[in-house]
Design a protein around this ligand. Structure first.
Ligand code: NB4
Ligand code: NI
Length: 190
């Protein structure tokens, strides 16, 4: 299983590289990594397992974060309806590409963090409120998904890692908590 020891931290050059496209079909090693990335997220969201293996909770992870500079991400976004056991969006996205997005931007009220950043970096991280993402799933099928709000923010954070971009690159250094009137804060109106 993947643990925090496998997660590289800021300063490691791989986090600033543009990751390479994956060729299909995936090798068994790549399939194994895909499974391990998704398993890591599920483990990290299970209080017992997270505590036992000292995992920081995560809703997303990108292959470069485990020092594999390839365009693969995993997301496991639980539904925000406690009754709903099914996750809102969960899976592995290979060669993900945002093919269109809204003009409207949104951000998380609490800002963002990153498993590769061992410090708090306060500030709003503007993201597209709605995106259409095209990717190949673990079975080799091309998928097109429309996402909005939290799942859309998670996928954008992960795709940034594939392009060597860190969440704090989007924070206004002069006024981190600036709220331009066209920037909606998720959790406020929603
Ligand atoms: C990626 C996210 C940071 C902002 C917002 C949040 C968590 C991450 C980083 C957008 C993407 C990891 C990957 C969480 C979390 C809410 C859901 C369900 C029950 C606990 C879990 C906590 F863990 N960020 N961590 N950071 N990244 N929400 N949740 N909860 O996932 O660096 O590149 O289990
Ligand atoms: Ni991250």
């Amino acid at each position: 299983m993947l643990t925090m020891n496998d997660v590289i931290r800021e300063g490691h050059p791989t986090l600033r590289k543009v990751a390479g496209k994956m060729t299909l079909p995936l090798t068994d090693e790549e399939k194994d990594l895909a499974d391990k990335m998704l398993e890591f997220l599920k483990n990290s969201q299970d209080p017992e397992t997270a505590e036992k293996y000292e995992l920081r909770p995560g809703v997303g992870i990108a292959a470069p974060q485990v020092n594999v500079s390839k365009r693969m991400i995993a997301v496991h976004v639980p539904s925000d309806d406690p009754e709903e056991s099914e996750p809102e969006f969960s899976g592995v996205l290979i060669n993900p590409k945002i093919v269109s997005h809204s003009v409207q931007q949104t951000c998380l009220s609490e800002g963002e963090g990153c498993l590769s950043v061992d410090r708090e970096v306060p500030g709003y991280v503007p993201r597209h409120k709605r995106i259409k993402v095209e990717y190949v799933d673990i079975d080799g099928n091309t998928q097109k998904k429309r996402l909005k709000n939290f799942p859309a923010i998670v996928v954008q954070h992960e795709i940034d890692h594939l392009n060597g971009v860190m969440f704090y690159d989007h924070i206004d250094p002069d006024n981190p908590l600036a709220l331009p009137d066209d920037l909606e804060v998720l959790g406020s109106a929603e």
